[in-house]
Design a protein around this ligand. Structure first.
Ligand SMILES: [Zn+2]
Ligand SMILES: [Zn+2]
Ligand SMILES: [Zn+2]
Ligand SMILES: [Zn+2]
Length: 736
């Protein structure tokens, strides 16, 4: 990436001594921003060493908010990943497996919540601010906010929750208990949390999530050794679980080992780059590392140390080229147990540089012999303890690997352990004898859920059923909760897990349901029988016709014509006796613009003309059996010659009528209908004749019954004569 010269150029040093104080402060701010921008550009070009120096220089001018170092974090992460060969872990496949397993924590899907993307997570994973994006599709996950008993955000999915409780009552109960524990910890009610933890530890000492909570509790009481021990076990079982690294990093950070925690935060981010709290932590640490220490600490710093640094910096080292050629690599003796000993880290190198910059300002000597740098506070572990911790291999004891004690007869059936050890560790196979079609029924159509969509209140309906409800009112048909926001987002994503469960456990019912659906679609796609009719205005072949669709029945009609793929419907004017006229014109949908409340502006263009054979109704809108109209072709040479002559005369007449219109009218017509179409080479080439005739008919200010009669003519000659009569009438008036 090229860096604009203007940003790389060294700024002239201002003579700050002569400037007024206010000016000086502002100047420093501007200078800092320029440096930060330069740092970003250097980081993006992978010139990390220079970037770090530039950031440090900026931070010497004043503090910046940690988020400002986002670009640096991304660059470091990229470098770290490339060097370690870590690809971000995306959960395999496009959909959620049929197992009731949370893609966030890999645990049992207790109290499932379906996010707007259609993927379902356990309540715990959405409560904490740990997951910001869906691990399947990277879409942003809604936050669960539970303030003062008021629950906003997505609620527990009613259907899925029923299934988890019915199929796995013990796990479900347990998940709820752990959820409560999580909530207590979240709210800081540690005493109660400790009591519950102890209780569960007795009954189920091997539960991984329990270990996670126990670690949190222990860390809260500064029992870091115990916390790390638990998290090591968790990580040995779930080596691809970003949250595990995040939690361990947190504990290490709390214990004062910022350096090691940084490594683990990066590991977490390498597995899930959207892990927002880890990103924040890294930014904060970098900010601290690069910032100068307060004035009082700085005392005693000697000038020579700065010049010494200058010398080191002037050595030809190419940190920017980083990945292929990491320079100044040091065998890392201080890596913790998760990371292979002696491996070389590009990031380490960069950070060593950063630290070297900071070294200047650090009063305490970094504890090199320990291989650990005490950056913030005093470590809260003795070096002996710490050594023991970090040396501890993530040995997976037999005990650790025992599956969670299954206490129901059903859980014994499945639980494949081999293979995908990462995230499906705790998954179970669904007990077949407990599968009941009625659990998968849509309460609107009383049929098997088809393309099930779960809305924020937790209720699930077939997508089509839900959309029809929303045509009428933006609220849940069951609990009446407002869906205004949901409707505006227009994201009716199918609940993947439910669809998967239906596909897997009710294949026959599903194929039957699909057959019914396909028959319906085929019926709706028929373009001669039961064709939907919009009763509104005159439409003509080739002439654009924009429509504002707001009535529920027409919302449904337009949506169906999109779903079936025909993208067509008939347009007729109303008729007092017959509901709608005998003749009409098909409209082709070119584009739809949806408004926030479900109304839409539909851009259509006229297609074939038709005659109504029979009038019918479907779901509130009119339909008709129709036959299409086509002009009778003139074959006789002489007659055709005469027709061509007539055509040319009427065309010139039309042109002069249009030219003689008052400017105001002319520009209105041009705005609504566009300019008049050109004459065509062969006047009989299309079944509807020359396009300009339809354009003219549309813009002439005549009664729509008159227009309708011209529309229904299947002789071009007759149509031209009719148009000529109208033009003659209007031209006479024009000349008056
Ligand atoms: Zn989860
Ligand atoms: Zn998703
Ligand atoms: Zn339904
Ligand atoms: Zn509801």
């Amino acid at each position: 990436m090229a860096i604009p010269a203007s940003l790389c150029r060294q700024e002239p040093v201002s003579d700050s001594g002569r400037s007024p104080p206010g000016f000086k402060a502002e100047n420093a701010e501007n200078e800092a921003e320029t440096l930060l921008q330069r740092g970003d550009l250097l980081a993006l070009s992978n010139r990390l060493k220079e970037a770090l120096e530039t950031y440090a220089a900026a931070l010497r001018l004043g503090p910046v908010r940690p988020g400002r170092l986002g670009t640096l974090v991304e660059a470091l992460l990229l470098s770290y990943r490339a060097h370690e060969g870590i690809a971000p872990v995306r959960v395999r496949g496009d959909g959620q497996g049929a197992e009731l397993c949370c893609p966030g924590c890999g645990g049992f899907l207790g109290e499932p919540v379906t996010a707007s993307c259609g993927h379902s997570y356990c309540r715990r994973c959405l409560r904490r601010e740990l997951l910001s994006r869906c691990r399947f599709c990277s879409q942003s996950l809604g936050r669960l906010e539970e303030e003062g008993g008021q629950k906003t955000g997505n609620r527990t999915s009613v259907v899925l929750n029923h299934l988890t409780e019915k199929w796995f009552p013990v796990q479900s109960h347990r998940a709820k208990e752990l959820n409560r524990l999580d909530e207590l910890l979240w709210k800081g009610q540690f005493e109660e949390a400790r009591r519950i933890t102890l209780e569960h530890t007795k009954s189920d000492p091997e539960d991984l999530m329990l270990r996670v909570y126990r670690a949190e509790l222990n860390a809260g009481h500064q029992e870091f050794m115990a916390a790390i021990r638990d998290l090591n076990v968790v990580l040995s079982r779930l080596p691809d679980w970003p949250e595990g690294y995040f939690r361990k990093a947190k504990v290490l950070q709390d214990a004062g080992f910022v350096d090691d925690s940084l490594q683990l935060f990066l590991q977490c981010l390498a597995l899930d780059e959207d892990f927002a709290p880890a990103k924040l932590a890294v930014e904060k640490i970098l900010c601290d590392l690069l910032s100068p220490v307060p004035e009082n600490v700085k005392e005693g710093l000697k000038e020579p140390s700065w010049s010494a640094l200058q010398r080191t910096q002037s050595k030809p080292f190419v940190l920017g080229t980083g990945v292929e050629q990491p320079c100044c690599l040091q065998p890392s003796s201080n890596q913790n147990s998760e990371l292979p000993k002696g491996s070389k880290y590009a990031v380490r190198t960069c950070l060593d540089k950063a630290e070297r910059i900071c070294e200047l300002n650090l009063v305490e000597k970094l504890a090199k012999e320990e291989g650990l740098k005490r950056v913030s506070s005093e470590p809260l572990l003795s070096s002996q303890e710490k050594g023991a911790l970090l040396k501890q291999k993530p040995t997976v004891s037999d005990q650790d690997l025992t599956m969670c004690d299954d206490r129901t007869k059903h859980t014994k059936q499945g639980g494949t352990m081999e293979g995908d050890a990462a995230l499906v560790l705790l998954c179970q196979t669904v007990p077949k004898d407990l599968i009941d079609t009625s659990d998968f029924e849509c309460s609107l159509c009383i049929r098997l859920l088809f393309e099930p969509v779960t809305i924020p209140c937790g209720h699930t309906f077939c997508k089509k059923c839900l959309e029809r409800c929303l045509d009428h009112a933006p609220q849940c048909p069951l609990c009446k909760e407002s869906l205004t926001e949901y409707l505006a987002s227009r994201k009716y994503n199918v609940t993947q897990l439910l669809e998967e469960l239906i596909r897997k456990y009710l294949p026959d019912e599903l194929s039957e349901r699909r057959k019914v659906y396909e028959e319906e679609i085929a019926e709706l796609s028929n373009l001669t029988k039961n064709v939907p009719v919009f009763v509104c205005t005159m439409a003509y072949p080739t002439v654009p016709c924009p429509l504002h669709v707001f009535e529920p029945r027409y919302r449904l009609m337009v949506r169906r014509s999109i779903e079936t793929g025909t993208k067509q419907f008939g347009m007729c004017i109303s008729d007092p006796q017959k509901n709608f006229a005998d003749y009409g014109c098909m409209l082709q949908i070119r584009n739809i613009h949806f408004l926030y409340d479900g109304r839409s502006i539909v851009d259509t263009i006229g297609g074939k003309r038709f005659r109504v054979l029979q009038r019918l109704m479907k779901d509130g809108y009119y339909t008709a059996d129709i036959e299409y109209l086509e002009d009778i072709k003139v074959k006789d040479e002489e007659k055709l010659h005469k027709l061509q002559e007539l055509h040319d005369v009427v065309y010139s007449q039309a042109c002069s009528w249009f030219q003689n219109l008052r400017n105001r009218f002319r520009s209105q017509i041009l705005h609504h209908f566009g300019s008049m179409p050109e004459k065509e080479e062969n006047i009989q080439v299309t079944p509807d004749g020359p396009a300009w005739c339809w354009w003219l008919l549309a813009v002439l200010p005549v009664d729509c019954r008159y227009q309708l009669s011209v529309l229904s003519m299947i002789s071009l000659q007759e149509r031209l004569i009719k148009l000529q009569q109208i033009l003659t009438y209007f031209s006479r008036n024009q000349s008056k």
